[in-house]
Structure formats: structure tokens, C-alpha cells
Design a protein around this ligand. Sequence first.
Ligand code: UT7
Length: 337
Amino acid sequence: MASAHPPTPVLCGLGGWLPPRIVTNEELSRGLDTSDTWIRTRTGIGRRHVAEPGTATSDLAVEAARRALKSAGTDHADALILATTTPDRPCPATAPLIAAELGLGTVPALDVGAVCTGFLYALATGAGFLAAGLAGTVLVVGADTYSRILDPADRSTRALFGDGAGAVVLRAGTADEPGALGPLVLASDGTGADLIRVPSGGSRDPVRPGTAHLSDPYFRMEGKKVFRNAVERMAAASRQVAERRGWGVEGIDLLVAHQANVRILYAVADLLGLPRSRCHVHLDRVGNTAAASVPLALADAAAGGALRPGDRVVTCAFGGGLTWGAAALNWPGISPH
Ligand code: UT7
């Protein structure tokens, strides 16, 4: 007889990929009114990776996905979910292209657009596929190339973002296994939709007939308001999942939060009453990689020895929408690629 409980998603593979070109704060400040000192002190970022012209989000995603599959000891997954807000094209979704590149056959594949919270929304979608019996394994990828949508003249966004991709493999398992994921919490507040946005190019402000121009195709963010929201929302969501998992905040071994600003990371830790040493920092080397941020930070923590099998991990994110969320995870004995 079938179990009354849906399967628990279990993380069994992890991989990341960063495009090789590195742009330091010094290089950025040569063409922009900013400085290494401002960027480091206000954000904690020292450098970021930027995709070469001709490289698209799917190219980064395929590299990360291959590494996640390798880490899981397989070359197949039954479904693919891509979190991104910089798809290769506005239409169609990018996920089917990635599935085809990976040779996954005709598996279901879709994009999820929750900006910097996208990876957590994609994890939840993957868990839903497992619970519905649509798949036994799911490849969940977070990939973005924000360099393509930043205004070259806007120092307040160009200093922050970098390109990259991260991926995990989830399989159907049980709650007592290493790698067991959950609970997750997800939320949104569309009254704050204007705080993070690309104003033009959608149905609200499409291409102007006869000109083929968009009035503002670039990414815009009201940083200060986002900052305050991000701290409060990520702290509350992290507390919620830690308590529901039965760990409490004090039981969290490592907090792996969306890497937007080191001041945000430490403010979240302070608000939770968690020592800052238990908050993983990766943004100094990659900046804010949007939907790729959480899996890349997990891969960095695992590769650098900050995560050991059995560790109690809480991951959280905040982004445009507004959207936010958190997930608890028992760290499995896997090696990221
Ligand atoms: O990933 C989604 C979530 N995103 C985030 O969580 C980002 C959240 N926000 C932040 O991280 C911060 O608000 C920023 C890093 C974006 C800005 O830091 P801030 O301490 O809030 O600075 P501010 O916006 O109050 O700006 C202070 C000053 C301004 O100049 P004035 O108006 O005081 O003359 C800015 O124009 O700093 C200026 N500024 C810069 N100066 C040098 C903004 N960006 C730069 C820059 N270099 N790159």
C-alpha cells in the first residue's frame, strides 16, 4: 500500500559554475563614479564574475547542472526547474533548452521567476513534483546573468551584481535521511513590486510601435527600502523554519542567506541572535548572483569545509516581487562540483 506521507525531498547533488572573467572593484571604478572603498564598506563585495558577450544564462546553467548531476553520481534527472529572471529569451522558457543540452530527453522543464528568491521557489516546485509523483529526481537550477540588464551608468546596481549558476539534485526520500529538506516557507508582497523592477519590455510597457525601442529596459532597485525589508523578512522566515524543524535558532549550525550585502547578512544574524560566525559569506568573491546566489553559497560553504555532514543548515532569500522565503536542510555527505 502507498505511504500516507508524501516523500521528503532529499538533496543528493550540488554544483556551481562561474564565468571565468573576473571584474574587480578597481576595474569597475575606472569607468564608473565609484571606488573599491565604497563598495567594500557599503556591501562587502570585492569582485564579481561576468559572462563574456555571447554567453547566455542557459550556458552557465548547463555547466552548473552537469556538475550537480556528477556530484549526485548520475547523468539523468526526471524533471528540470530553472530559477531565473534573465532567461535567454523572453519566450519560450529557458529550462527546456537546458534539459535538451543535458540530454535529459523529453522531461518536464519550466522556469520560475522569483528574482533573488527564485531558487527557494524552485526548490519548493521541485518538492511538489516529487510529492505529486511526477518525478523521482529533480534538477533544480538557479542561474542569472544580471550583467545583461544593468544600466552601465548606474553605480548603485552595477557595483552589486555578478553572473553565475548553481544547481542541486533532489530525490524522493524520507525525513530522517541526511540531506532531508524542509520545512520551507515562501511569501510575497506585491505592494512592493516597484522596489525591484525592469520597467520595460513586458506587457505593461512594451516596445513602442514603430521605434523598436524600450523606454527603460534596465534593472532598477530602491536599495535602502529593499535593505530594511530583506533583513526583517529573511530573519523571520529563518526563525520560522528553524523552529518548525525543532532546532530553534540556537540549533542552526550555518545560515546560508542570499548574498546581497554583508551588512544585510550580519543584520539578519544579529536580529536572530545568531553569532555572525555562523553566517556564511561568499559575496566578497562573487557579488549578488540573484537566483544563483543560494546554491553557489552552499557549494562554496561545502567546498571550503564550512559545512559537514549532519550540520543543521538554514537557507533564506529575499528579492523582487517582493518575495522571500527560507528552508531547513540537514547537510548530506556530498561533494560539490
Ligand atoms: O538581491 C535582492 C536584494 N537586494 C538587496 O538586498 C540590496 C539591498 N540594498 C543594499 O544593499 C544597499 O542599500 C545598497 C548597497 C544598494 C546601497 O547602500 P546604502 O548604504 O543603502 O547607500 P544609499 O543608497 O543610502 O546611498 C548612499 C550614497 C548615495 O549618494 P548620496 O545620495 O548620499 O549623495 C548614493 O548615490 O551612496 C551613493 N552610492 C554610491 N557611491 C559610490 C550608491 N552606490 C554607489 C557606488 N559607489 N557604487
